[in-house]
Ligand binder design. Sequence first.
Ligand SMILES: Cc1cc2nc3c(=O)[nH]c(=O)nc-3n(C[C@H](O)[C@H](O)[C@H](O)COP(=O)(O)O)c2cc1C
Length: 299
Amino acid sequence: MRGRREPSQAFCELHGLAFPNRIGVAAGLDKNAVAVGGLARLGFGFVEVGTVTPRPQSGNPRPRLFRLTEDRALINRLGFNSLGMHGVAANLARLRRHARIPIGVNIGKNRDTPTQEAHRDYLACLAALHELADYVTINLSSPNTPGLRDLQAPASAAALVSSLVTERDRLTRGRPLPLLVKVAPDLAPEDLEATAIAARDAGADGFVAVNTTLSRPPSLRSGHASQSGGLSGRPLFTLAVETVRRLREAVGAEPLLIGVGGVADASAVEAMRAAGADLVQVYTELVYRGPRLVRELTS
Ligand SMILES: Cc1cc2nc3c(=O)[nH]c(=O)nc-3n(C[C@H](O)[C@H](O)[C@H](O)COP(=O)(O)O)c2cc1C
């Protein structure tokens, strides 16, 4: 059983990291680590930058981002537009001196790297960015890079996590650098459980749940609902909380668990926490509401 929950707006220490509050910015908003200072000033307790790829890449052709206004949702198929790991490392090195909140770095693979060689991309990103990160998220779940989600298969996830854990231990020599795995909301419950246990047993310190969904809930009203890409925002919330609950049940109390997907108000934060999330991230609702949302969730 998990102990009595501390308020989400209170300072907390988790896995060796100090968070001024439990509300963070999800990956994809600040892909290249250019906005961390501003996001910290808005009141966020942590920021996850990226996804970062080893080499720079421009992502998919436009249009690639759609507002489903009636549904308070977005569909994106950005496809990892990234400055590349060296460019992002330079940006992080500049801002690290001033950052007073934990910074997670979310890493992925280049589109043209074959899936069977993907581990090289993740290892390269870890080597280039480990000194500048407070935690690292292994992104296995973006729907817009062909083959990426195949890495969630338990054997693939375990092999990848285990090589990254070995490399992390070699590089950091004891400094805490939690390695988290970001999962999709589209796995069948038994597959989610198998993947989570395989990743945990291979040494993953925690999970980020969830990425965008390829599913399209029948409730969607916007004309953009049939665009291809990952759906985020309020229609994702139920699926996200359910995934967090299943993950927590599967992996037990110890792993760090970040809940994300459709969080739009304080009661959604509470529901994520009750389902087992230690920390909560937001993206889409911030696009609709702006900085007011941060104040609402952290005050
Ligand atoms: C425009 C956009 C870009 C995103 N890019 C990334 C990304 O690069 N890496 C990643 O792990 N997740 C990415 N995400 C997913 C978010 O981090 C988050 O998991 C998802 O949007 C659900 O949260 P939300 O409903 O609060 O937006 C992106 C989401 C959006 C809307």
